[in-house]
Design a protein around this ligand. Structure first.
Ligand code: PLP
Length: 355
């Protein structure tokens, strides 16, 4: 006898990266930004009128959507905000795919939440393996019989980025087949070729972004989508079937201030990017295979120890990274780019472990 639904009994949920409390670690495991958020965030929080928390927030996050629209060069009706981009991605499944209908197509090694969402919403999937060099098999994906695509760019966990031209060719080919493309650009600010401008030309493209990575605001939970009004309004309809107020009032104020501080975001992203290149060079010289990354992390492996062995040894030394128990992935680690001091500590421990 159970009180639970079949779904509650059977679903395999997403496992988030560990956030241990036993001691303080150098955390290079969840792709958080090593720098603090914009100083404007602190100002907003200091000045926040707590009496207004008596009231529900703006259900459609209008002032925040206007700020995002200004920053992205689009109109507010082309912007949807959610409680983290994970929520935006979740809502996109029922918005664009029929239960039990034509599948959602994505790569085998990509953001693992897509598979969980598809399973939760009863959406079929068509999985296309990455090519030998870990890049997307875009032709294979276009040849799949499906209703649309999830294209994580830069991809996680490989960090490999597709140039804008390639994305445009893919979106255009998908449009000819009447298919939607959801571009997950969680890490795009560390690469710099966002497909947002294409949303004006292609009504089948939805670009999803987050405040968690480049804005250093993973703790506040906000993400957004930019696309044609028809796609965006479908997300609003899905939202209003779950939660009318997913973006709280504090979050709306904080994120509006953060999105307006482009200069700060660009400054911290530049620091992360230059450290990423330095760290990659050092890992290559230690013998790691490390694809070129457009994100704030590196996918590194194929040394004499498995990902899990390296993870365990690094954890003992006080450094957290991410590993997997799946084929191919098990040879690799995903290492978030930290501050120069954190990266130096990681390198020193790796040299010690691999000796
Ligand atoms: C971090 C991440 C997200 C979501 O982050 P939120 O914190 O929910 O906004 C989405 N997609 C990818 C690929 C990510 O790595």
């Amino acid at each position: 006898m159970t009180y639970l639904s079949r779904r509650a009994l059977c679903i395999a949920p997403y496992t988030a990266g560990e956030q241990p409390k036993d001691k303080s670690y150098i955390k290079l495991n969840t792709n958080e930004n090593p720098y603090p958020p914009s100083p404007r965030v602190r100002e907003v929080l200091k000045a926040f009128e707590t009496d207004t928390l008596r009231l529900y927030p703006r259900p459609d996050a209008d002032p925040l959507r206007e700020a995002i629209a200004r920053a992205e060069g689009v109109s507010p009706q082309n912007v949807f905000c959610g409680n983290g981009s994970d929520e935006v991605l979740a809502l996109s499944f029922p918005a664009f795919f029929d239960e039990g209908g034509l599948p959602a197509c994505f790569a085998d090694l990509t953001y693992s939440f897509y598979e969980v969402f598809a399973s939760f919403f009863g959406v079929n999937t068509h999985i296309v393996p990455l090519k030998e060099d870990f890049t997307f098999d875009l032709e294979g994906m276009l040849n799949a019989d499906c209703a649309g695509y999830y294209l994580c760019n830069p991809n996680a966990p490989t960090g490999i980025a597709l140039p804008l031209q390639t994305v445009e060719a893919f979106v255009s080919a998908a449009k000819e087949k009447g298919r939607v493309v959801i571009a997950d650009e969680a890490y795009m600010d560390f690469f710099g070729e966002s497909a947002v401008p294409l949303t004006k030309k292609y009504d089948n493209l939805l670009v999803v972004k987050t405040f968690s990575k480049s804005y250093s605001l993973a703790g506040i939970r906000c993400g957004y989508a930019v696309g044609d009004e028809e796609l965006v309004s479908a997300l609003f309809r899905m939202k209003d079937c779950f939660n009318s107020y997913p973006v709280d009032a504090v979050c709306q104020a904080v994120c509006a201030a953060a999105v307006e501080d482009k200069e700060y975001r660009e400054k911290t992203c530049a620091l992360v990017k230059s450290e990423r290149e330095r760290l990659r060079g050092e890992l290559l010289s230690l013998g790691f295979t490390v694809p070129k990354s457009g994100a704030n992390f590196l996918f590194a492996g194929r040394v004499k120890m498995s990902g899990e062995e390296l993870y365990t040894a690094l954890k003992r030394e006080g450094v957290l990274v991410r590993f997997w128990n799946k084929p191919i992935l098990k040879e690799f680690l995903r290492i978030t780019v930290g501050t120069p001091a954190e990266n130096d500590a990681l390198l020193e421990k790796l040299k010690f472990i691999l000796r």
